[in-house]
Ligand binder design. Sequence first.
Ligand code: BDR
Ligand code: CA
Length: 315
Amino acid sequence: MPEKIIIDTDPGIDDMQAIFLALLSTEVDVLGITTVFGNSGLDNSVANALRLVETAGRPDVPVVRGASRPILLPPRPGAPSIHGADGLGNAADRLPKPKGKAIGQNAANFIVETVLAHPGEVTLVPIGPITNIALAARLEPAIISKVKRVVLMGGSAFVGGNASAAGEANLYNDPHAAKIVFEAGWPIVMAGLDVTYRYLLGEDYLDLVSSLGNPVSDFMKEVFVFVRQRMIEWNSREAVPDLHAVAYLIAPELYTTRRLPCYIETEGRTAGMTVVDPRPPARRNEVIPEIDVILDVHAEKLRGLFLQRIGAFGK
Ligand code: BDR
Ligand code: CA
């Protein structure tokens, strides 16, 4: 049976790759895509999510409007230097315009209703600021024991932050939401920056994906124009953080995890930081909930899996 998932997202170039992989894989059943502010603002998140489901031939997957700002903090700026001003590499003009609309329900309500309709079966996959998930947990705490697990992109165990010295962007963008989610008590798998940095793409791989010759790869080709330019300007390779949250569900055998106590900092210069305690249990001075932290991935096999799924579209 495919694992039922809700993807909560701010698409996003890496969100795009994660969502295409999910929509084109039979191991998961995407019950909905809930959207959140983040890489480029909520309106772009909604429009991009609609583009993605339509391009993947899945307009039946509901797209839901969510939070436009963090729970306590002021609205956050996006990340135009990484994702383009529109979230998809400034390619919005060249990409198909969305035909559909977001459904007339708020993301937190959608999450609550969907989880209650399938108790014990739904996995939440947040790959943007984690606001909607926290709001849903506060709106109906009964979902906490009814969610199968939360598999999220966010945080960093041992490699520091990206949005700040200590904070990974998704949790940094709403640290108070992160605290609610990490303290809730549901099982958490964290695909953070540790595994992110273990899978980096070069221009050759962008070319390979772009050349698969179907509507999904054509879509990515337009977005990758921006990625390629940025990689040249920054002399870097491309990380795909969000991909791991979805790929872990599809092929967990490719990943190495470690069970670690983890808490969230919410204030000051370390806001959004995931603090893990790798010391042996006997040396820990307080009881902190443990989560599964993904630390490594079999990169070659993941590349192969992604190519195969995207290449199979329409066949
Ligand atoms: C996360 O931040 C966003 O820019 C990406 O889409 C990803 O979800 C990485 O820190
Ligand atoms: Ca994201």
